[in-house]
Ligand binder design. Structure first.
Ligand SMILES: Cc1cc2nc3c(=O)[nH]c(=O)nc-3n(C[C@H](O)[C@H](O)[C@H](O)COP(=O)(O)OP(=O)(O)OC[C@H]3O[C@@H](n4cnc5c(N)ncnc54)[C@H](O)[C@@H]3O)c2cc1C
Length: 737
């Protein structure tokens, strides 16, 4: 077992409950969201858990039980969570946090159930983000759950981007779906012929409409677009065969074939006719960018839920492991603590828990950010439109000046009189949030799911053989495998890394990042137990490395930080994600510290809860900093060619003769010389003289500092482990195994 807690330390007695989470994830004042969490949880731990336990995941086919699950979502208000109150929903305003919370609850039990609930939103999202007012009204109205007394089934949707090989996958530009003009009579709306084959399309077994990405195959249509297809349209609406998935079997997936005639009004966002050519207002690329930048956050949170859901079943298993054995009498250590007598078992569980906390904090921070960004984005579009600036490229050009203002604001002193003006500028606010969102979204998707999948393996391993059986409480093996799908769909890791390599180098983001480092240092002053100091040092190291790599070249003279050089750029993106997740985790603990005392439930035992969460933060900050340090060191030094025993490589070597002379004035120097060349030219038997750190001595200074900043991190882990060995858990899991 871990070292005993210091006498003054208060321990956390129970697992963190809803009141704690509401404060940390900032919905303590949102009764509507709290209701949604409760109703989603009811379906997840009731209907969904029973289906999984009954083996409903064992078939690829769409079954009556799976269909009933969708109806349970309708009744629980999950389907309506996407709609505005006037559209049949109950949550007003941006819904990124709301949808994330609902998906989190469902994924706590089963990822496929969460995906099934989200897929219709994904189908609606192109319409919601880019659709014409008529399209939005029409399709959201059809997809809204029936109101009391209304006898109708809500429409379900599917989103069809991915195509059979060799077309759309990671590369969304290689589109084979085609759009032609079928009929275009003078003065009438054109009729379009849509030819699209999909691959791995979710919800397809029952979708009533599909938003499909297609490209022009007609000189009278310009470029690509997203088009809405309906099951009653003239032509072929073939749902295809079910995909033989090993994961997420409670959702429907298949490879459909569509060959349909639809009116041109189905082009998402509408079109104009210019010189006899139909010009869609949004290309398929613009639509999917607007959609995925929001929906990917929710996917990242699904994996976070899995990690946190593993904690309770693992504790229960570890504690009860030896009960009933002859030697394990009630009251004995073996009986009470089971495997939790062993430090490694506790430490590994702490790693899983800390990762889950960091992933949830990062994901919910991103979801909240999009809730703040949504109205600002609309305001930005309206302001620029009033100035005659329309279209993405023109907007980007027009916002360059604002970007400089945003950077200026970030560097400004607190009492600078210009601050008030810049802070009140909605365009500045938009630019700041937008650049942060451009990083937090791919970071959430990449780190939560990719690293989360690795950590789910750890969680499964903690249950021994039981972990890889169907009987495992918490369905951990399913969740391990499911998390790999979360890392894949809506763009696998390469897509997120590619996006990060661009967005994390934006001047605005880097200016924000510098302020975040300062914030972490300040936090470290007041709450050093969070590991903020370690994190700040790692963030400095990462920033130094990026700046260095942007200028450095390899021995052939090629630039290291370059779009084609994924070995550099992708690795640096990975390093950043570790740091961002750890930062969000620390900020959530501060939030709990600040607002915990206001809630009587949280206030009782707050000291212990804060101690435990700080220890998790510290543990995670140390791990994240270690990862970042390892990656950065490899990149800074790994592209230097190792010195050889040639003229250039031996420039700083001593000869035996030189050393003998120096020894006369500096006795003992020979003991420090490692690469000595003998008079006959012979040298130590190794590849070349040891490499130096020319141009990177500052890196070594920062890395040294970071190493010493790790002080206390393992003590924090010991303390957290002690808490995990004593924390109370309910008698039984609240959903079936
Ligand atoms: C169960 C399930 C449900 C799905 N639901 C939907 C849906 O509803 N709608 C929809 O449109 N799609 C859906 N998809 C498709 C999913 O989004 C794609 O599978 C995913 O985007 C990856 O595409 P791909 O499988 O063609 O992989 P590929 O493009 O073949 O990529 C394979 C691997 O190669 C690497 N790679 C590829 N390109 C690059 C590059 N440029 N740089 C570096 N590495 C690269 C990456 O590591 C990647 O992981 C679903 C998939 C599954 C499995």
């Amino acid at each position: 077992m871990a070292t005993a807690l210091a006498p003054e330390t208060k321990a956390m007695h129970t697992l963190p409950g809803d009141a704690v989470r509401q404060i940390q994830w900032r919905f303590a004042d949102r009764f509507d969201l709290q209701m949604l969490v409760q109703s989603s949880r009811g379906v997840a731990r009731g209907t969904v858990a029973r289906m999984v336990a009954a083996g409903e995941r064992n078939t690829h086919e769409w079954t009556p039980a799976k269909s009933e699950m969708m109806e349970a979502f309708d009744r629980a208000g999950i389907t309506g969570a996407f709609m505005e109150p006037e559209e049949g929903g109950f949550i007003a305003g941006p819904k990124n946090l709301a949808l994330s919370l609902a998906a989190f609850e469902l994924a706590w039990v089963d990822g496929g159930a969460a995906t099934a609930s989200l897929a219709s939103f994904l189908a609606l999202a192109p319409i919601h983000e880019c659709g014409t007012p008529e399209q939005i009204r029409h399709y959201k109205g059809l997809a809204a759950p029936p109101q009391p007394g209304e006898d109708r089934k809500p429409w379900r949707g599917a989103f069809a981007l991915t195509e059979p090989l060799p077309y759309v996958g990671v590369d969304t530009g290689v589109l084979s779906g085609k759009l032609r003009i079928a009929e275009w009579n003078e003065g009438e709306e054109p009729l379009l012929q849509v030819d699209k084959r999909g691959r791995f399309i979710t919800n397809i077994a029952f979708a009533n409409f599909v938003t499909a990405a297609v490209n022009t195959d007609d000189e009278r249509i310009k470029g690509s677009c997203v088009v809405i297809l309906e099951e009653g349209d003239e032509g072929i609406f073939d749902r295809g065969t079910a995909t033989k998935k090993l994961v997420h079997q409670l959702s429907s997936t298949g490879d459909p074939v569509f060959n349909l005639k639809v009116p041109a009004s189905r082009i998402v966002g509408g079109y104009t006719v210019q010189d006899g050519v139909i010009v869609p207002n949004f290309s398929h690329g613009e639509v999917i960018e607007a959609v995925f930048r929001r929906t990917r956050v929710t996917v990242g949170l699904m994996t976070a839920a899995k990690l946190l859901s593993a904690v309770e079943p693992v504790i229960r298993y570890q504690r009860g492991r030896f009960r009933g054995a002859t030697g394990a009498k009630p009251g004995s250590m073996r009986y009470d603590f089971g495997i939790q007598q062993r430090e490694d078992a506790l430490h590994r569980l702490i790693d899983v828990w800390a990762t889950g906390e960091a992933a949830a904090s990062l994901g919910f921070a991103a979801a909240r950010l999009f809730d703040e960004l949504d109205p600002l984005e609309k305001q930005k579009t309206a302001i620029l439109k009033a100035r005659g600036v329309i279209g993405r490229r023109s907007e980007m050009r027009a916002l360059r000046e604002t970007e400089q203002k945003a950077i200026e604001l970030l560097a400004m002193k607190a009492d600078d009189p210009r601050r008030t003006v810049l802070e009140a500028d909605p365009l500045v606010a938009f630019v700041l949030k937008d650049s942060e969102a451009d990083v937090l979204c791919p970071a959430t998707k990449l780190w939560n799911t990719g690293n989360g999948a690795n950590m789910m393996r750890e969680a499964v391993s903690l249950m021994g053989g039981y972990g890889i059986t169907e009987d495992c409480p918490g369905f951990l093996a399913n969740k391990w495998m499911d998390s790999q799908l979360e890392a894949t769909y809506e763009g696998p890791e390469a897509v997120q890394r590619r996006q990060l390599t661009i967005t994390m180098t934006s001047e605005v983001f880097l200016a924000q990042f510098r302020t975040w480092i300062r914030d972490m240092r300040r936090i470290a002053g007041a709450q050093p137990e969070t590991g903020a100091c370690t994190l700040a040092s790692a963030m400095e190291l990462w920033l130094w490395t990026l700046t260095h790599l942007q200028k450095a070249t390899d021995p052939a003279g090629s630039l290291l930080y370059h779009g084609q050089r994924q070995g550099v750029t992708f690795a640096l993106a990975d390093a950043l994600c570790w740091l961002l997740a750890s930062r969000s985790q620390i900020l959530d603990v501060l939030e709990l510290e600040q607002h915990g005392p206001d809630d009587p439930v949280v206030a009782e035992g707050l000291t212990g809860t804060l101690q435990f969460f700080s220890d998790l933060c510290h543990t995670q900050a140390a791990r994240a900093s270690g990862e970042a340090s390892r990656i950065c060191a490899e990149l800074v030094f790994g592209y230097n060619r190792h010195p050889a025993w040639d003229q250039e490589g031996c420039r700083h070597c001593f000869t035996t003769h030189e050393l003998e002379e120096l020894e006369e004035t500096m006795p003992g120097i020979s003991a420090f010389a490692v690469d000595v060349i003998a008079d006959d030219g012979s040298h130590p038997a190794k590849a070349g003289p040891c490499a130096g750190c020319a141009g990177a001595s500052e890196f070594q200074r920062l890395q040294n500092k970071l190493t010493t900043c790790l002080s206390g991190a393992r003590l924090a882990k010991d303390r957290a482990a002690e808490t995990v060995s004593t924390v109370m858990i309910p008698e039984a899991l609240d959903y079936p195994a």
